[in-house]
Design a protein around this ligand. Structure first.
Ligand code: NDP
Ligand code: 2IT
Length: 445
């Protein structure tokens, strides 16, 4: 088998101009190097060379009519990355920046994340460069119907089960599900994040954010601390951010920031339950900008800035990839922040990651810390297969148990490899080994 550097060189050659994908692959491969060194079976079967290549990539045209009757064209994608441990599973992202590099990095990360959840799910990601911002409900529906008219032939409840991600929430999942049902004449668990009265699971909307906070609690426990009374900064103001804030509030922490792609708000008094409810209405119903929060509650607003210069104990990046840079990490650490827990996927740039690991702060890497979302999607699939619905308490308890297990597994694995406390490498190794062993068992496919 090729060395890690040779595999990376091949990835670079085969995927030119895809920096995010190369970044994700580099981070995983470099941190699993000790496993590859000590296991000849992975080298002989060229597992690394195989695991970096998506099993299937679907790219398609999506045509739709806007409200003026004008023709619009977008590009749709589904990257089915790895199905060694279960059907492909992962979100759909609708955002103008969507491109092969971003979806391949997300699909690659999803493979290891899903492996960590303890549930049988392979990894995938998809989406479109369609921008839902400023579109009417009708336009979003027409886009979703056209998108599904191609996607439906590539997915299925035992093949590939998409869900939401940036720009895809309950509204979009509804339109996508309706079109799938019509095309297949089949009511099945083909998507997760569905509405409660048509196959959805309680706690799925909350799961990513709640899971992130449960994971942070586990990290704090290792130092005999709790989240109560901690000052927290959160970025983003979408699904992951909203329920991170809700759970932090429930546990007695004080959240002082929220953001969107235009800037961030700093509310030194704390974003309490009532203010959060207002922000959720702003974002989920009125689909407005976070700046309005500052106007409404007299908080400070910083245009085109990220919240990492605000003094905090704990930081929760919940917006997007590469939103915490080297300078941001320096300010966070300089201000005494000692816990970073990732709600977003790959929010930390390599220059920041290096500092968090060197300073040995409590650092919860995305594929472990935000796995509660997809884990609860897995629970939605189980409920759909059994044709029953668990109570809120039941799903929440299972989510909590899964997050505790993921933390324990990443932390034990780090210990086993002599890198105590390094959950970044621990999660990558634990996620990898399960998938790699399944690939060995299933032969050369
Ligand atoms: P939403 O669409 O609900 O919210 C996204 C939020 O992030 C918005 O506030 C958005 O601001 C902001 N944002 C998006 N792109 C950028 C950007 N380029 N720069 C600055 N801010 C940006 O998505 P989610 O909350 O679901 O997703 C947030 C993150 O969490 C993503 O990284 C996603 O992959 C990850 N995640 C989501 C899961 C889920 O179940 N939903 C599960 C696990 C991880 P604006 O409104 O201005 O675009
Ligand atoms: O990044 C993620 O894990 C998600 N967007 C959730 C995927 C899912 O299938 O629930």
């Amino acid at each position: 088998m090729d060395t890690i550097q040779e595999v990376l060189a091949t990835v670079k050659r085969r995927n030119p101009g895809e920096p995010e994908f190369l970044q994700a692959v580099t981070e995983v491969l470099e941190s699993i190097e000790p496993v590859i060194r000590s296991h000849k079976k992975y080298r002989d079967a060229r597992i690394l060379d195989r695991i970096v290549e998506p099993e299937r990539q679907v790219v398609f045209r999506v045509c739709w009519l806007d409200d003026r009757g004008a023709v619009q064209i977008n590009r749709g994608y589904r990257i089915q990355f790895n199905s060694a441990i279960g059907p492909y599973k992962g979100g759909l992202r609708f955002h103008p920046t969507v491109c092969p590099s971003i979806l391949k990095f997300l699909g690659f990360e999803q493979v290891f994340k899903n492996s960590l959840t303890t549930l049988p799910m392979g990894g995938a990601k998809g989406g479109s460069d369609f921008d839902p911002k400023g579109k009417s409900d009708n336009e979003v529906m027409h886009f979703c119907q056209s998108f599904m008219t191609e996607l439906f032939r590539h997915i299925g409840p035992d093949t590939d089960v998409p869900a939401g991600d940036i720009g895809v929430g309950g509204r979009e999942i509804g339109y996508l599900f309706g079109q799938y049902k019509r095309l297949r004449n089949e009511f099945s668990g083909v998507l997760t994040g569905k509405g409660l009265n048509w196959g959805g699971s309680l706690i799925r909307p909350e799961a990513t954010g709640y899971g992130v906070v449960y994971f942070a609690q586990e990290m704090l426990k290792t130092r005999g601390e709790s989240i109560e009374g901690k000052v927290c900064t959160v970025s983003g103001s979408g699904n992951a951010a909203q329920y991170t804030v809700e759970k932090l509030n429930q546990l007695g922490a004080k959240v002082v920031t929220l953001s969107d792609s235009n800037g961030f708000v700093y509310d030194k008094d704390g974003i309490n339950e009532e203010k959060l409810a207002w922000a959720m209405e702003l974002k989920n119903v009125r689909r407005g900008r976070i700046k309005e929060y500052a106007e409404k509650f007299g908080a400070e607003y910083y245009e085109n800035q990220r919240p990492w210069r605000v003094k905090c104990d704990c930081a929760f990046p919940c917006a997007t990839q590469n939103e915490v840079g080297g300078e941001d990490a320096r300010s966070l650490l300089g201000n005494g922040c000692y816990l970073v827990c990732e709600g977003a996927n790959m929010p930390t740039e390599p220059a920041a990651l290096e500092q968090f690991l060197a300073k040995k702060i409590l650092y919860g890497p995305a594929k472990a810390a935000n796995a509660g979302g997809v884990a609860t999607s897995g629970l939605e699939m189980s409920q759909n297969s059994m044709r029953l619905a668990w109570s809120r308490e039941e799903v929440d308890q299972r989510l909590h148990r899964i997050m505790t297990t993921i933390h324990g597994n990443a932390s034990e694995t780090a210990k086993e490899y002599g890198i105590n406390g390094n959950l970044f490498a621990g999660a990558n190794i634990a996620g990898f080994v399960k998938v790699a062993d399944a690939m060995l068992d299933q032969g050369l496919v």
